[in-house]
Design a protein around this ligand. Sequence first.
Ligand code: NAP
Length: 256
Amino acid sequence: MSSTPPPAASATIAVVGAGRLGRVLAQALEAAGYTVHGPLRRRQGIPDADIVLLCVPDSAIPDVAADARPRARLVGHVSGATPLTHVDFSVHPLQTFTGREGPEAFRGIGVAIDGRTRTARKTAERLALALGAKPFIVDDAHRASYHAAASFASNFVLTVLDAAEHLGRDAGLDRAHLAPLVRQTVDNWLAHGASNALTGPLTRGDEATVERQRAAASALDLAPLFDALATATREIAARSADGDAPVHLTPAKDPA
Ligand SMILES: NC(=O)c1ccc[n+]([C@@H]2O[C@H](COP(=O)([O-])OP(=O)(O)OC[C@H]3O[C@@H](n4cnc5c(N)ncnc54)[C@H](OP(=O)(O)O)[C@@H]3O)[C@@H](O)[C@H]2O)c1
């Protein structure tokens, strides 16, 4: 393993990719005191820098990493799903970004990190800490389940909320009516786990009510989604509270 010290806090960082995350990350790294080039668009080229951070779609990582390699001491990506095959380290913020957030968006959030060497991993940790985030290690063997968990927690939640919005429209509901219910549900899940937080007709065994709900969902072509969610929800309802023990993240620490 390399014993080269990680780039100092005064390091230069080229952020490649001016999309949703690249825009916010470049601003935040600058606010944290780094000298930042970018976010760089496709045709701007990659300048010499201590670190090149790839904020491009996962499929572009191999090619852009090869372009970046001669320009930098370390090359990293911000992808949760992509292994370290083509880069030295990864820094994946466990948050959703639209590109409109400010530099404070990273404060207090979890950031999954890993590196191929001790120096690279230390660099990833330093970047996360400089952003005010909480780094934890996710290695290549666990990336798929880690990233699937993130999709369930964010992308698929939106899928379900969109269905709720469509179903509620008939009854005069809008997103503002539904939001307190969503927030309280998340708070209850966080505090007690899903099986303890679960309420509603499926937990009470009110099957006639479930059937009426299904008919309403069916009218909006939502029956397949309703059925899949009802099946999964019945399993949660049947689960013992022990199934919802809190999850402990592995804190980032220097390997010996
Ligand atoms: N958005 C999030 O919430 C989020 C959260 C955590 C991690 N991430 C990670 O961030 C990375 C980027 O995601 P994103 O959501 O920011 O995607 P995005 O909004 O689609 O942005 C990707 C950017 O990369 C640019 N790009 C593509 N190929 C390039 C190249 N060869 N050279 C320079 N720029 C290039 C694209 O430019 P064009 O428009 O010209 O193609 C686009 O501006 C992914 O690895 C993703 O997993 C995103």
